[in-house]
Design a protein around this ligand. Sequence first.
Ligand SMILES: [Mg+2]
Length: 170
Amino acid sequence: MPFSLVPDRLFQRYADITPEYLKGQGITLLLSDLDFTLAPKSVRRPDQPLRDWIAELSENGIQFMIVSNNRSGTRVTEFCADLGVPYQGHAGKPSPRGLEAAMARAGADRGHTAMLGDKLLTDVLAANRAGVLALMVEPVGGAVTAWQKVLHAMQEPFKGACRRRTGKNQ
Ligand SMILES: [Mg+2]
């Protein structure tokens, strides 16, 4: 569904997404948002659990790339360099073009690619428009600001649709 806001699968947090699950879906390239998906925006360096998770993906033959709309490049560039993963910046999500550029760089097609993020209006919509598997997580650190709480509430009906479709609670 190209313009759907409904993710294909919800997870509580990124670490719940296992290589076995991704391989079962035929995924060889995992694209991911950074802020509030892998770390809160205020965190400047990846922590050890994130490094371990990426290493486990790599050991299972799954490529990983960060696709971010972030325009102030320093933090994202440093975070990704520290993590040792490639970074597609100025992605313009919900446009699919950043995801398509990342797939071209990685040599993967849409049938073998997933996009992970915390926001429906950017990450999930971009994933669905690009025709890749749309995976969603709850924001790291939870919804803290007033705007995050509003956004969180607005996302709920679409997440509910996903839960009903998959029969999964997360
Ligand atoms: Mg985000």
